[in-house]
Design a protein around this ligand. Sequence first.
Ligand code: NAD
Length: 499
Amino acid sequence: MQELTHYLNGTHVKGTSGRFADVYNPATGEVQAKAPLASADEVAQAVAYAEAAQPAWAATNPQRRARVLMKFVDLLNSDMDKLAEALSREHGKTLPDAAGDVQRGLEVVEYCIGAPQMLKGEFTDSAGPGIDMYSMKQALGVTAGITPFNFPAMIPMWMFAPAIACGNAFILKPSERDPSVPLMLAELMEEAGLPKGILQVVNGDKEAVDAILDHDVIQSIGFVGSTPIAEYIYGRGCSNGKRVQCFGGAKNHMIIMPDADMDQAADALIGAGYGAAGERCMAISVAVPVGDETADRLIEKLVPRIEALKVGPYTSGNDVDYGPVVTAAAKQNILGLIQSGVDQGATLVVDGRDFSLQGYEDGFFVGPHLFDNVTPEMDIYRKEIFGPVLSTVRAQSYEEAVGLAMDHEYGNGTAIFTRDGDAARDFANRINVGMVGINVPIPVPLAYHTFGGWKKSVFGDLNQHGPDAFKFYTRTKTVTARWPSGIKEGGEFSIPVME
Ligand code: NAD
């Protein structure tokens, strides 16, 4: 059995707590490795290394720091297949989807190569007589990030690329379900020229997270994961005086107007609802057709497409549409919610409950499901299922459809499919959701825009990547400078103003 490590100060280090988490191959159900779960002492060791290394890194000019990221991009590209394979093996997603996970993180790294431009600061010449004023964007110091299982490459890179480009040291606590790719990323950063101690990986669970939350030296914490944990981390981190941004769960609605291209809408729903087995925070989990006729046409188009979905292990090649879910517990949770949908009166139009794959009977596969006649009180509507389950809620009008998305507690992503520019524009303006697609089912912003939901999908003020990341990972210092050639005036006792 492979024993995974932490990555501290440029070295793979075995865990010393004596506690481990099982890392599965979700396709076979086998435990393939064990990940060490760090104690508070191990976290403190990582912080000490980071604290020692960070000042020299912050003092390295931003162009040189950016060159490390440039080299890292090259290494990511050369190792793409290796990274994708390691990712699929622990997560279960297909190889092309795993490569996409790496690629979307790589794009954030590319964006961060522009750090010298983002960190330039501001300067006012002659703000007063003989007085210049300038603002600097300085690194915070030691920063940390806690990431979820579902994007083990992209989300760590969302955080560590801008943090490091800004001159911080970064401690990553990845998901204990799929920690291998984060460890590989840390190695590649070092190969790209990053000094030891600037990017470290501490594997762990709540104990390590709590140690991060309570450590005085850590200045900021980024979190992505489920909403209850996001809320907890935000509260405890903020009350400890840290800068915190937390991104939580989702329930993304797609509204299908009667004038939509129904083939396009159905194709979009298949990818957005079932891709990565629905384990995406931007997956569409609720379809809201407007009018019964639209709903009937949509369901008619969806059913054959769903029944044709190919579910299988990543080793079956590019032919597979989606793979297993991450753990047996995740599978049980999904099946429990499906049962609740049936019990609470929704119509299970496509029932994947008896799905089984020959040779992979112990894998965590879940067949695709489609519900119709779902209503807002049902658990399958209120809760995030995070599985290959699409719920259809029939709305009788556009207003009712918009109201559903507005009233839901989550506000990560949403989409409208229509040919009506007025409706699309009205929707984009009014909806209280952070990322909106117009005839685009998964509107994940590119690296140079920012990513973030609203409502219970986020805790904090700034989004991920894009210009917000440079705000999150720096603080502003403003200097007012005068170089007197000799004392010309006496002391002043009232506040200086510009007249
Ligand atoms: P999770 O909340 O279970 O775990 C996320 C991280 O928190 C992991 O590193 C885990 O070790 C840690 N953690 C778990 N329990 C903890 C506890 N009690 N105390 C402290 N730390 C704890 O989430 P997950 O299952 O890994 O990921 C799926 C969730 O992430 C979904 O809800 C999904 O919507 C969400 N997600 C959100 C976004 C976004 O940008 N909004 C992106 C991806 C995933």
